[in-house]
Design a protein around this ligand. Structure first.
Ligand code: SF4
Length: 357
């Protein structure tokens, strides 16, 4: 089994996917790539949210040409999403793309595939093979009748074979399906036979709520098995939401070292404060922090102190006031109106101390 630690490390820009490296978070721009201003603005928002690689569609020459300017103004590796057209792949590579998502078996003539592989080799650019249950090759649909995990893995091996024949090994593979059990099975089977890093995704997962649940179920099951070196959550929503979900998911499995976690109670009849709005405000505040602190927001002084013990900093509501806890010990009482401000000050102090170490 090629679990994430024993996959081949593949360099993408200044990052490495696979091997003993952290699971990386990706997203994809929703803008027209040729619209440099809009694309850069979206990428900068994604970076701030914690996105580590970003993909753009390269569906025409204007999009391929825009890569040069986009690259100058962003700080994370840029991936070109290309279907069939090897000329666009070559243009994207020429303009400084860091990774190409293209299926070599769909490019067509051998000399075209060779040209793309040669250009990638020259610039040390990896290729992601993106198998999708919805667009399997005809010969596989004829063989299997309909998309199956076996057909998806066979498709991946078909494309990998083409690259390996050309002595190209900087490969990353995805096997996406919107059917969660099918995706889990496809990735699980792939991990047994494919030594390259796997990019996890549940495609067309849906809207923010439904898509988050489907993606977390599918990708979470795989992460728990030790499968997957990079993730993309696909949502019909602002891509920043995809990054937030991905970070939360990786935190759940202890696979991210630079993110803050919020613990908040579900509330009950003992609730003494407006916990929902406080929790949302604190969550938003810590979402951009790049330090591994745990913050708790609890509704009452009965269970709050006990439940806050695990947190680095926390607050528990009491009647008209809040009890501030640091590392499980109460440090002071604050009026309810000042609770969030005081909690933020304490969070800032912990962040400063962490960053100084
Ligand atoms: Fe209820 Fe208090 Fe527990 Fe929140 S911390 S769920 S308010 S008992």
């Amino acid at each position: 089994m090629f679990l994430r630690e024993n996959t081949r490390p593949v360099k993408v820009g200044d990052l490495t996917i696979g091997g003993s490296n952290e699971v990386l978070i990706q997203s994809m721009c929703t803008t027209k790539t040729a619209d440099v201003e809009a694309t850069v603005a979206e990428i900068l928002r994604l970076e701030e949210a914690g996105c580590q690689l970003v993909r753009v569609t390269v569906n025409n020459e204007e999009a391929a040409a825009a890569i040069k300017e986009i690259k100058k103004r962003i700080h994370i590796p840029l991936v070109a999403d290309i279907h069939f057209n090897h000329k666009l792949a070559l243009l994207a590579i020429e303009n400084g793309i860091d990774k190409v998502r293209i299926n070599p078996g769909n490019i067509g003539r051998r000399d075209k595939v060779e040209a793309v592989v040669r250009a990638c080799k020259e610039k040390n650019i990896p290729i992601r093979i993106g198998v999708n249950a919805g667009s399997l090759e005809n010969h596989l649909l004829e063989k299997y009748g309909y998309p199956t995990p076996e057909a998806m893995v066979e498709s991946a091996l078909f494309h990998i074979g083409i690259l390996e024949e050309l002595d190209f090994h900087d490969i990353i593979v995805s096997l996406k399906a919107s059917d969660v059990p099918m995706a889990i099975e496809a990735y699980s089977q792939a991990a047994k036979v494919i030594p390259y890093p796997l990019h996890l995704g549940i495609t067309e997962a849906g809207t923010l709520n439904a898509g988050t649940i489907k993606s977390s179920a599918g990708i979470g099951a795989l992460l728990a098995l030790g499968i997957g070196s990079t993730v993309r959550i696909s949502l019909s929503a602002d891509p920043v939401e995809e990054v937030k979900v991905a970070r939360e998911l990786l935190k759940t499995f202890g696979l991210i070292t630079n993110a803050a976690t919020l613990v908040s109670c579900p509330t009950c009849g003992r609730l003494d404060i407006d916990l929902f709005s406080i929790a949302n405000e604190v969550e938003e505040y810590i979402s951009k922090l790049k330090v591994p602190i745990k913050v708790s927001v609890l509704g009452c002084a009965v269970n709050g102190p006990g439940e806050a013990k695990e947190a680095d900093i926390g607050i528990a509501g009491a009647r008209g006031e809040g009890l501030l806890f640091r590392y499980g010990k109460m440090i002071r009482k604050v009026p309810e109106a000042d609770m969030v401000v005081e909690l933020k000050k304490e969070i800032d102090a912990i962040v400063v101390a962490f960053e100084a170490t």
